[in-house]
Design a protein around this ligand. Sequence first.
Ligand SMILES: C[S@@+](CC[C@H](N)C(=O)[O-])C[C@H]1O[C@@H](n2cnc3c(N)ncnc32)[C@H](O)[C@@H]1O
Length: 430
Amino acid sequence: MAMAARRLLFSSSHLRPLAAAPHRRKHDAVSCKSTGKARTGTSTKPKDSGAGKWRPQRRALEEHLKRRTRSAGAFDADLYRRHSHSHHVPVLLGEVLAAFRRPLPLRSFVDCTLGAAGHSLAMMEAHPEMELHIGMDVDPSALEIGQRHVEAFLASRATDGGDSLQGVLRAYTHVKNFKYIKHVLGGVDESLLADSSGVDGILIDLGMSSMQVNRSDRGFSVLHDGPLDMRMDPKATLTAEDILNSWPELEVGRILRDYGEESNWQSLQRRIVKARQAGGLHSTGELVKLIQRSCTISGGRQGWIKTATRVFQALRIAVNDELRILEDTLHSCFDCLATDGRLAVISFHSLEDRIVKQTFLELIHGDGVDDGDEDLVCTDIDDEDEPWFKQRVKGMNGIILTKRPITPSQEEEKLNQRCRSAKLRVIQKA
Ligand SMILES: C[S@@+](CC[C@H](N)C(=O)[O-])C[C@H]1O[C@@H](n2cnc3c(N)ncnc32)[C@H](O)[C@@H]1O
């Protein structure tokens, strides 16, 4: 009986970063016709409408917008339960499986954000024909847990005799930032980088896992006191504490405004810089207290937790350089896909989603074509196999399968509050 080959290797630290591809950011101005203006950090809400009056209107609008994007797939409670555990509950799981229903057979799959491997295990289970699985995560403690889950899955499959029927699955794990996907693939099998080759599926599930948020020593949680760290990669040098206590005042304000979309950014910027005179900020608890004081005085329209969440988001994005890395990585991932291969991305806030949406347009648009969407064909699809991709956008290099992103079903939202802001977008290479 063939045994599963478990090549679960840790970090290939000899791998070096890629030089930025020359076509990057050529189409920075590309935007989807259906969306409005980019937000600049100023709220579109009426300024003095009174919280009570505005809230029901906003909720109704949010619900209306959500109805347009909510997953049309039937919620599979059994699938959800089988792949949820204390470390993390994978979001949009049924939708991710549906996104990779093609190409068939799906022989190779890269999970750029392995985490607890919830999505990966469901993919391995759904695709017994899979021959190569690569899991990456920048956080060694997250990857260790994911690696254990993958090992256990492979062991149970080998015991069940699954591999003798389906062929051997080679599985690798790498502690690596997903921006190095090309180096990781090249290290596993150089032929994967050849023009005529590539992998069949790539998943990026952005953000943090529950196991990261729940650990106060990582500094990600607004609710637990801990160090002002917020590094995804514990070997990185920049921390949130460095930014708050030593970055120039204007830079602090810029990240609060641009990465946190925080309307009260100027007041917070002044308070953060003033705190330096009294020794600076050294814990998330101190930062939260500063935010609470600021919210009380300004009226705290949406409550300090929302402001703190935006400030923490801004710092996390800056510490990990998340937006620039995301854009670069989407280009690299698309390069790594085989013909008809698919890339699925789950994002958790509007800044990420906007980058995914715009970069997907750039990717299908191609280098040789002038800016403008005229050559992009939007088609209403009536595909019996994939009815949930209602509208697609076609370009010379590929197809965006999700003209609008897919958001969680109401059933999933009820079971997992953290999935509420999730958006899934999928692109297929031509
Ligand atoms: C939402 S979790 C993924 C959960 C996973 N899909 C599951 O089902 O268990 C996101 C993971 O991405 C990792 N991550 C964040 N930024 C990364 C990056 N730039 N490169 C690689 N991994 C990253 C985090 O460490 C975290 O483990």
